[in-house]
Design a protein around this ligand. Structure first.
Ligand code: CP
Length: 334
């Protein structure tokens, strides 16, 4: 992992507005704050009896998920519907991709159906970026998680959760705990926290699950859980991503839980008003005790609710960034 992806030109239009959303790498603080502010304004839509605004009326959003998902897929679908878009969710396991069709050919066919946006999840790092480089210039691409690289909407919904519970990022201590090596969420969170001005980002895990070069993100590394959790305001727990592990990186799950599981006793090391977060899916008794996951400090289900608002913000901002770029291009051609 390196913090220099240089994705910025592809993600932004000539006015510096969002047109794709692929990674948080290189995005300025003002843009991340605009996403949070826009999402805040959309949260109220979820409390209305008619949960709809007309911002994407007449637009078509295609959810193309090449990897399993519950939260991201369904909240993107809900977000697009609340913006009044037409939504297609492609089940890749039963689509022509499983009959040998290439990714590019699948996308060309979806473009031919006049899709305006693709939300993509893929097991390969860089897949969303590849798609953004190869789609028609008018189509916006949103990364719903690519390999161990990035999960930018998860990163932003985590930031919205922290801001709504803690007010701001200044003076906060945030601990990210567990399988950092295989986690796209950890990477997106470290980038977002740094950009938004969080002064104390701690990363806690066994040496085998901490990637080399993490210090470049401006984080502090801890192998001892109790030491790392001392006086933190926010604890972000991560799942062991067995599907991305090769070889024996851990003695056993019970040993991992003994050393790095978030129990009530361990949580007592953090500030009394610390919040507990987890991107899901949670594994009870592996990285988190049930009493903590369901306890008063847990905001895990709030994260899911905030995810709809963040995804509404990103979809609407990327669509308006694409429209603005189209206008700039047509004025240039006159
Ligand atoms: N947090 C997250 O990405 O969950 P899903 O895999 O269910 O989408």
């Amino acid at each position: 992992m390196t913090p220099t992806d240089a994705k910025r030109p592809l993600q932004l239009n000539d006015l510096g507005q969002l047109r794709h959303f692929l990674s948080l790498d290189g995005l300025p603080r003002e843009l991340l704050t605009e996403i949070l502010d826009t999402a805040d304004s959309f949260l109220e839509v979820g409390n209305r009896s008619v949960k709809k605004v007309p911002l994407l009326r007449g637009k078509t959003v295609c959810n193309v998920f090449f990897e399993n998902s519950t939260r991201t897929r369904t909240t993107f679908e809900l977000a697009a519907k609340r913006l009044s878009a037409d939504v297609i969710t492609l089940n890749v396991s039963t689509s022509s991709t499983s009959k040998g069709e290439t990714l590019t050919d699948t996308l060309r066919n979806l473009e031919a159906m006049a899709a305006d946006m693709f939300v993509v999840r893929h097991a390969e790092s860089g897949a969303a970026h590849f798609i953004a480089e190869h789609v028609c210039p008018d189509v916006a691409v949103i990364n719903g998680g690519d390999g161990r690289h990035a999960h930018p909407t998860q990163g932003m919904l985590d930031m919205l959760t922290i801001r709504r519970h803690k007010g701001s990022f200044e003076n906060l201590s945030v601990a990210i705990v567990g399988d950092i090596l295989h986690s796209r969420v950890a990477r997106s969170n470290m980038l977002a926290l740094k950009t938004l001005g969080c002064p104390d980002i701690r990363v806690i895990g066994p040496k085998t699950l901490l990637p080399i070069g993490l210090e470049q993100y401006g984080v502090r590394l801890f192998n001892d859980m109790s030491e790392g959790l001392r006086d933190v305001d926010v604890v972000i727990m991560l799942r062991l991503q067995r599907e991305r592990m090769q070889g024996g990186m851990l003695p056993s799950e019970s040993e991992f839980y003994r050393l790095y599981g978030l129990s009530t006793q361990r949580l007592a090391q953090a500030r009394p008003d610390a919040i507990v977060m987890h991107p899901g899916p949670i594994n009870r008794g592996v990285e988190i005790e049930s009493a903590v996951a369901d306890g008063t400090q847990s905001v895990i289900l709030n994260q899911v609710t905030y995810g709809i608002a963040i995804r509404m913000a990103v979809l609407s901002m990327a669509m308006s960034g694409q429209t603005a770029q189209r206008q700039l291009d047509s004025e240039e051609q006159k």
